[in-house]
Design a protein around this ligand. Structure first.
Ligand code: AHR
Length: 501
């Protein structure tokens, strides 16, 4: 019996699969950098102090662009502190996370780390305590080939070749009262516009991201985007979106439908950006950089008081341990980003290691995959060619937070060059398995390459240091293809990928 149908039409193309959708985020926060990707005394550490076991898992995760060094951290950061001989680097107070910043890792080390992981560095500049001058200096240091003070300094510090960083974030969440240097939309829009214009005088091809709202629940949401873009539209290329989700009050049904909020968020920011475009009679389109998205049990962190008095080095902050349900929601959010990749052309899972992360480490010890690692890594690996918008016919259920939601959600990708494709699906039903019939007749699919499902009898099962492989992917033996239709059964609260040829 079929519960839902998905039709894939060859010409229902959303956009090419953009690798930048699979970006991630590394912030100087808690144990993300220090005691995470950097641990010089670890047995696998390289000459820079980076753990190579972490590098290997980052490669397996398949993250593309990596946003750095914050986040809230960047709004008080002096990039110059992190270059030159390590023994001369100053120790500073990090106001964002009430921690000690030793500056052992700076832009040069991080650029080398990105090269090790095969990822693209996306740099954020400090528009909280600093401005145009510091942004231009950092740009000259990282991107100018040679024969200037700062490019020669980079060479002296061991990197004669420029890093040629293409994407730059103009500050971080400047709408948030928690942000160091928090500003009004008008003040920030003017500063971002001036910074962007100056950076483009150095290199007109830079891709610049202006800060949108830190969340769709902010009281200034909508107006913030409009005002900021009115001041900066012609000099920027992206506007950022940030969204975090969590299960609240035991309402699993609403949590599983979190992607509906992401859809609403994207639609609102697209309309606002296009409103400004038309108001300014501009030819150019500003796209969305969804450069922070994830599951984050923020309410629990607020209550736990984990940010303590004092200024600790690499404290354990925001170390969420993710469940099967969390991984299903994350897989669904990634489906949503792909569905909207005509306008969301870059995204960053926040974050990468230890801090609300798919990868966890123990100092001196192991590295392991959280549940959320699996849908991300598998989607990044299998999504090739173009994104196809499926027509989905699914039963629905009623959620307290998002109204009516489909029980089955899905997106597909197809690579016409070799006739391979993949369908990514979630079943939000908490009780029943759902069988889905997928019309692949226009894609000429005749065989299943692989079918993988993440599910568990206990939707709150997690991977931990003691039990690192409690939750993994399992082959879905129900997947079959016949006469132009793929059929697959999705267990309750599950995420599935079916790759066909
Ligand atoms: O990712 C954690 C924090 O969430 C970031 O520092 C900030 O930008 C956001 O509020």
């Amino acid at each position: 019996m079929t519960d839902a149908t998905v039709s894939l039409r060859r010409n229902a193309t959303v956009a090419p699969v953009r690798r930048r959708i699979f970006g991630s985020f590394v912030e100087h926060l808690g144990r993300c950098v220090y005691d995470g990707l950097y641990e010089p005394t670890h047995p696998t550490a390289n000459e820079d102090g980076f753990r190579m076991d972490v590098v290997e898992l980052v490669r397996e995760l398949g993250s593309s662009t990596i946003r750095y060094p914050g986040g809230n951290f960047v709004s008080g950061y002096r990039w110059e502190d992190g270059v030159g001989p390590r023994e001369n680097r100053p120790r500073r107070l990090d106001l964002a996370w009430h921690s000690l910043e030793t500056n052992e890792v700076g832009v040069d080390e991080f650029a080398r780390w990105c090269a090790l992981t095969g990822s693209e560095l996306m740099m954020a500049v400090n528009l909280g305590t600093r401005g145009v001058d510091a942004a231009l200096d950092l740009l000259e240091y990282t991107n100018h080939p040679s024969d200037t003070y700062l490019s020669d300094l980079r060479a002296k510090n061991g990197s004669p070749e420029p890093y040629d960083i293409r994407m730059w974030c103009l500050g971080n969440e400047m709408d948030g009262p928690w942000q160091v240097g928090h500003m009004s939309a008008h003040d920030y829009g003017k500063l971002a516009g001036r910074t962007a214009s100056a950076m483009k005088m150095v290199d007109p091809d830079l891709e610049l991201v202006v800060c949108g709202s830190s969340g769709s629940a902010m009281p200034t949401f909508g107006d913030w985007e409009r005002i900021v873009l009115e001041h900066s539209y012609e000099s920027v290329d992206f506007i950022s979106c940030h969204a975090y989700y969590q299960e609240r009050g035991g309402d699993l049904g609403s949590f599983l439908a979190s992607s509906l909020d992401m859809e609403y968020f994207i639609a609102t920011v697209v309309s606002t950006a296009d409103h400004v475009k038309h108001k300014l009679r501009s030819d150019k389109t500003v796209n969305l950089s969804f450069d922070e998205w994830n599951i984050w049990y923020l309410d629990e962190h607020r209550e736990s008081g984990e940010i303590k008095e004092g200024w600790p080095y690499a404290p354990r902050l925001l170390e969420d341990v993710y469940s099967v349900a969390d991984a299903v929601v994350l897989g669904n959010l990634l489906i949503t980003l792909l569905k909207n990749s005509d306008r969301v052309t870059s995204a960053s899972l926040a974050q990468l290691v230890n801090v609300i992360a798919p990868i966890m480490t123990e100092p001196g010890g192991d590295v392991w995959r959280q549940t959320t690692f699996y849908p991300f890594a598998t989607t990044s690996r299998l999504a090739q060619g173009v994104v196809l918008r499926p027509e989905i016919d699914s039963p629905t259920y009623t959620t307290k937070v998002h109204g009516e939601a489909a029980l089955v959600d899905s997106v597909a990708t197809f690579d016409a060059s070799d006739g391979t494709g993949a369908v990514f699906l979630v079943n939000r039903d908490t009780e029943q398995a759902r069988t889905v019939r997928i019309d692949v007749s226009e894609l000429g699919a005749t065989s299943i390459r692989e079918a993988l499902t993440l599910a568990d009898d206990d939707v709150y099962a997690k991977n931990t240091l003691q039990d690192q492989n409690r939750v993994t992917l399992h082959p879905n033996e129900t997947a079959s293809v016949s006469e132009g239709f793929v059929t697959v059964t999705l267990p309750p609260v599950s995420w599935t990928a079916v790759a066909f040829a």
